[in-house]
Design a protein around this ligand. Structure first.
Ligand code: ATP
Ligand code: MG
Length: 260
């Protein structure tokens, strides 16, 4: 089943006084199937965040068609989009975005609609998620007293508490050291394999991207090329990603190469 179908997507940002405009997306076409683990890569400013924000309903497109789980999101009202996002989509940010006044456990529970669920089931669900992400032992601590990797795993817990079909993550390892990045990506991999979540990760880091099964490269707001992992291992896929990034161009210093 196709969960994301994007046709000729464009986005133009107009400056406040309409003096200048930026063509951030220039006609993106892509299809993502149920259960895929996809990476989106490209030079800084190529439109990755813009694309993810539009796909996840955080921002509006200028033109083009976006179907998520068979629904045309351009045709949804703001309220139905909010509900649709809450029920079907999860979002993980680079900056974790946890609330400092809530514990790890309370942060994970934040998006739940308490009115409609059985408390026992709900507690069980939170417990399972914390156990899967290995953060049960820190559940009563506050975000500032745990590591970056633990904070990001908490943010992933919050993103998946409503059993979303699709999880979007924008540079989820951007603020993490390589060891924590590794751990966070292994949890995404686990979610993809065990819970069959569709995962779309934006990253400029080839090591992070090597966990994905398909990489879509974008440049100047257009899909430039793509590669799939099928049949190869993560180390070889990392090599292929590096080769593609070299061809794609951009700032070489952006891409780290010294992981393997
Ligand atoms: N809110 C905005 N208003 C105006 N221009 C914007 C806005 N957000 C992004 N842009 C511009 O749109 C283009 C694409 O930006 P985007 O943030 O999508 O790039 P990116 O690929 O995510 O880059 P990075 O790797 O640096 O995060 C850039 O030229 C950027 O300056
Ligand atoms: Mg970005």
């Amino acid at each position: 089943m196709v969960v994301l179908n994007v046709n000729d997507l464009t986005k133009v940002y107009n400056s406040k006084k309409n003096i200048s405009k930026t063509n951030a997306l220039n006609g993106i076409n892509l299809k993502i199937e149920q259960g895929e683990f996809v990476g989106i890569m490209g030079p800084s400013g190529s439109g990755k965040t813009t694309l993810l924000n539009i796909l996840s309903g955080i921002d509006n497109a200028t033109s083009g068609k976006i179907e998520i789980l068979g629904e045309d999101i351009n045709k949804m009202s703001k309220n139905s989009m909010t509900l649709f996002r809450r029920n079907n989509l999860g979002y993980v940010f680079q900056e974790f975005n946890l609330l400092d006044s809530l514990t790890i456990e309370e942060n994970i529970m934040l998006p739940l609609s308490f009115c409609c669920e059985n408390l026992e089931e709900l507690n069980e669900k939170v417990k399972n998620i914390m156990s899967m992400l290995d953060i049960e032992s820190i559940k009563n601590q506050y975000p500032y007293s745990v590591s970056g990797g633990e904070q990001q795993r908490t943010a992933i817990g919050r993103a998946i508490i409503n059993n979303p079909n699709v999880i979007f993550a924008d540079e989820p390892t951007g603020n993490l050291d390589s060891k924590s990045s590794n751990i966070v990506m292994q949890y995404f991999e686990k979610l993809n394999i065990l819970k069959k979540n569709t995962i779309v990760v934006v990253t400029h880091d080839p090591f992070t991207a090597s966990y994905c099964n398909r990489i879509i490269f974008i440049k100047d707001g257009l899909v430039n090329s793509e590669i799939t992992k099928s049949g190869t291992n993560r180390k070889r896929f990392f090599g292929q990603i590096m080769e593609n990034l070299t061809v794609l161009g951009g700032d070489d210093d952006e891409f780290s190469t010294d992981f393997f």
